[in-house]
Design a protein around this ligand. Structure first.
Ligand code: AMP
Ligand code: ZN
Length: 137
C-alpha cells in the first residue's frame, strides 16, 4: 500500500535488519527495541489490523513467531518471550500495517508492565457479556 512504511520494508525499498522471510511473512528487528532482539513479524501483503488479515494466513505468521522465539532463547539467552499485537490507535498501534512484536524476556526484567487485574460485579454480569459476544461471533 502506498505510503506504508512496512510495505516498503517488505518490498526492500527501505532497509531493515531482516531475521526471517518466506513467501508470506517477513520479520525484522524493531528500531526501538523493548529489549535486545525485539523483532517484528509482518504479513508481506498489506493488512492494516488483524481484522484485515486474509483468512488462512495466520499459520505462516504463527510459525514465524515460533522460529524467532526459539532463536531468541538461544541468541540473546531469553528466558521467555512475549508476542504482542496492537490493533488501532486506542490499543497503541502506531504503524498501520499488521505486525506482531516478539519481545525477549529475562527472569525478573521489568520490560513490559502488565495490566492491573479487574473484577466483574458478579457472575451474572460476566455471563451476560459472554452471551452477547457469543451471539455476535
Ligand atoms: P506499534 O506501536 O505496535 O504500531 O509498533 C510499531 C513499532 O514499529 C515500534 O516499536 C517502532 O519502533 C517500530 N518501527 C517503526 N518504524 C520502523 C522501521 N523502519 N524499522 C523497524 N522498526 C520500526
Ligand atoms: Zn503496509
Amino acid at each position: 500500500m502506498d505510503g506504508c512504511i512496512f510495505c516498503k520494508i517488505a518490498k526492500g525499498e527501505i532497509p531493515s535488519s531482516k531475521v526471517y522471510e518466506d513467501d508470506f511473512v517477513l520479520a525484522f528487528l524493531d528500531l526501538n527495541p523493548a529489549s535486545l532482539g525485539h523483532a517484528l513479524v509482518i504479513p508481506k501483503k498489506h493488512a492494516a489490523t488483524l481484522l484485515d488479515l486474509e483468512p488462512g494466513s495466520g499459520e505462516a505468521l504463527l510459525q514465524a513467531m515460533r522460529k524467532i522465539g526459539k532463536a531468541l532463547r538461544k541468541v540473546v539467552k531469553a528466558d521467555g518471550f512475549n508476542c504482542l499485537q496492537n490493533n488501532f490507535s486506542a490499543a497503541g498501534q502506531e504503524v498501520m500495517h499488521l505486525h506482531w512484536h516478539v519481545i525477549p524476556r529475562h527472569e525478573g526484567d521489568q520490560v513490559i508492565k502488565t495490566w492491573a487485574p479487574g473484577k466483574y460485579e458478579n457472575m451474572e454480569q460476566m455471563a451476560a457479556l459472554a452471551g452477547q459476544l457469543k451471539a455476535e461471533i
